[in-house]
Every structure is written in structure tokens, then in C-alpha cells.
Design a binder for this molecule. Structure first.
Ligand SMILES: [Fe+2]
Ligand SMILES: [Fe+2]
Length: 222
């Protein structure tokens, strides 16, 4: 099982707390899922191999800044901190993801896609409230894949949505998304056999294996 690979990777670091290990595991699984789906959507959009490799890396690492968020949430305390304060901290994660990747020398195509992965085409996203084609193309693809992967994953407060239920939810907020990306994403979701979709979170490519250790490295450096 490929999940064992993630577990092994997390266990290699003796200095991390069990809570942090669990957190890294969740973020790595999410990254792999987004990475796999984003590659499929990019292929469907006719993007070339370089672009597909870059989006695979950007999808894998887009939320790596959440490790910083987790640390700060813990420091802020859970009960006494206002929800709005916590929201502000959470919304800083694209900036931290981008900073971490820039410090590691990742190319601008990747760092920019990561920085803008929470922007919506109607201007309601963050961190810059960019609109439409002001948002880098790769970030517009990531946005859609990220939302879908989040909806189809179990959370502590709700069960994962089935793929068509997740799609319905996304159609209701379609003004958030780039229409060309969304249509390509819909084709991928509708065309793929259920088996392939289930495996989105379990297949880990050699390219992903090359970059996954960064989660552990960044967590150790916090
Ligand atoms: Fe994110
Ligand atoms: Fe995400």
C-alpha cells in the first residue's frame, strides 16, 4: 500500500511530536491527491509535459505552509483565541507555502501557483483578491482540484462527499472557478473509472516521492 510510504516517511523523523506526524501525514495525503488530479486536468486541457510536471509538484506542496499554521494555532491556544484571529492565521498559509518553496529554489511557475491557489475568479479569494485571468493559469486549475479533494475527504466534523455530490456543491459555487478549467475538471471526473479516482490518493509517483520529504524537513525546521 502506498499509504505505508507516507507513514514510513513520517516515522523516519524521531524529533517530531506524534501530533505533528499525524498532521504531516494528513497534509501529504491531501497533497498527493491534489497533485494526481491536477495532472489529469492539465492533460485534459492539453498542457505540455513540463506544465504537467510543474502542476504535479505545485499540487503536492501547495499546503505545506499549513505546518506553520498548525504551530501558530497551538501557540495561540485553542479556546481563548477569537475565531477571526484563527481565520487570519489560516489564511496566511499560501504565503508561507510560497516562502518555503522560494527558499528551496522552486521555479516561479510553481511558487506563484501555490501562492494564488485560494484565489477565486470572481475576486472573492485570498491573499490578493485577484480576478479572472489575473490569477496564474496553474493556480486556477489547482483551486478546483483542491476544493474537490477537500470535499471528497473525511473531516473530523463531516464524512467525505461522494464524487457527484461534491460536484453538485461545486456547481453551486461555479462563479469561483475558471470555466475552461471547470469543464475540463468535469470531464476528468465523469470520464475516469471509479477505480482510478479512488486511487488518486494512493498512487504516489517517483516525482512526488522526490518532493514529499520536504514536509518532514519543514516541520523539523519550525
Ligand atoms: Fe490551501
Ligand atoms: Fe489544499
Amino acid at each position: 500500500m502506498e499509504e505505508d510510504y507516507l507513514e514510513q516517511l513520517v516515522m523516519e523523523s524521531a524529533s517530531l511530536s506524534s501530533k505533528m506526524r499525524e498532521y504531516i501525514y494528513v497534509e501529504m495525503s491531501h497533497g498527493v491527491k491534489v497533485s494526481n488530479l491536477a495532472q489529469e486536468v492539465a492533460k485534459e486541457l492539453g498542457e505540455d509535459e513540463t506544465f504537467c510536471r510543474q502542476i504535479a509538484v505545485a499540487g503536492l506542496l501547495h499546503d505545506i505552509g499549513k505546518l506553520w499554521v498548525m504551530k501558530h494555532m497551538n501557540e495561540a491556544g485553542s479556546e481563548e483565541t477569537l475565531t477571526i484571529e484563527r481565520m487570519k492565521i489560516v489564511r496566511m498559509h499560501p504565503t508561507h507555502s510560497c516562502d518555503m518553496l522560494m527558499a528551496e529554489g522552486y521555479p516561479a511557475g510553481i511558487t506563484q501557483a501555490v501562492y494564488y491557489h485560494h484565489e477565486n475568479v470572481d475576486g472573492t479569494g485570498y491573499p490578493e483578491n485577484l480576478r479572472g485571468d489575473k490569477i496564474p493559469w496553474m493556480a486556477r486549475i489547482l483551486r478546483i482540484c483542491d476544493v474537490y479533494c477537500a470535499l471528497t475527504t473525511d473531516r473530523s466534523y463531516r464524512r467525505a462527499f461522494e464524487r457527484f455530490a461534491a460536484m453538485e456543491i461545486m456547481i453551486d459555487e461555479v462563479e469561483d472557478y475558471d470555466m475552461r478549467c471547470f469543464l475540463a475538471f468535469q470531464r476528468v471526473i465523469h470520464n475516469e473509472a471509479g477505480e482510478k479516482l479512488r486511487s488518486l490518493c494512493t498512487v504516489i509517483s517517483p516525482l512526488q516521492k522526490e518532493h514529499l520529504p520536504l514536509f518532514v524537513k519543514e516541520a523539523e525546521a519550525l
